[in-house]
Design a protein around this ligand. Sequence first.
Ligand SMILES: [Zn+2]
Length: 326
Amino acid sequence: MSYSDIYGHEKQIEILKRAQIQERVGHAYLFNGAPGIGKRTLALEFARALNCTAFDEQNDACGRCLSCRKIEHHNHPDIAQIAADGQFIRINAVREIQEQMRFRPLEATRRVFIIDDADRMNEQAANALLKTLEEPTVHNLLILITARPHTLPRTILSRCRQMRFQPLTTADVVRYLRDKLNMEEKQAVLLAGISGGSPGLALEQNKDETIAGRQEILNMLGATRSKNPLSLLSFASFFGRDKKEIKLSLSIIKTVFRDAMVFKETGRQAMLINQDNMPLIESLSSRLSGEQLIRNIALTENAAETIDLNVNKSLTLEVMAFKLSL
Ligand SMILES: [Zn+2]
């Protein structure tokens, strides 16, 4: 692994490289952005670059020195990944960080603590971490990772250099799936399409149930018409109850509206995500106007955002179903 093996995030990589060259690496960073897009991978790569003993002219870790290899195999004594124990990251985990920080690193130039899902710190853990952030040390670096920065105390946010990560482009996710899993193009395009730019989510959904569930959703969508309120209600109830499952279904129907719009504009099948469902795409693109399709995309996006806020799920879905043009 090196920076050049990371998919997307070119701007963030540039910022980290520059900080290292100019010897202006901060003592705490917050990487925020959607789950599964490579924040932790990049944090580890940064740790490798900072500690590589044969740093190359591209300002990238060499991948061969002892430090690089130890970090790659997760057995470097000074590079720690902290994750939630059950639902929370508890104060003991933070105390352990503080205990280690009292001493110089064993092998590293800079010891790195990567705190995954930092928003899961309970109040005591967050308070303890705040003390650590208030007393920076030269040999230590903290990287907090989260998809929900707004749930972290402001006092913590203000003491970290914040870096925002965007989802990858569909093309980057396709490339990732093809390279890493040798996946065939069709399947890669489909998974990249429903993953919303998250290779992690694409990998998680790479299973038969998802593919079968997707077809059921598409069939249901094909059978639903705006004129028929009963079909709208059963369409809304079809999304299930689980938040993750609902969001996946919303993301699937979003790709269908997207495809219908692209097909309407270009008439080209090759650019579509759901090429295996052409009758549905053709029917929507001939029945609906471009404006209606764009509005449908916005409605599914809004519904997904609202579901994230833990409001009444079935009501949100029903309202969406009645507003969609079908
Ligand atoms: Zn190295």
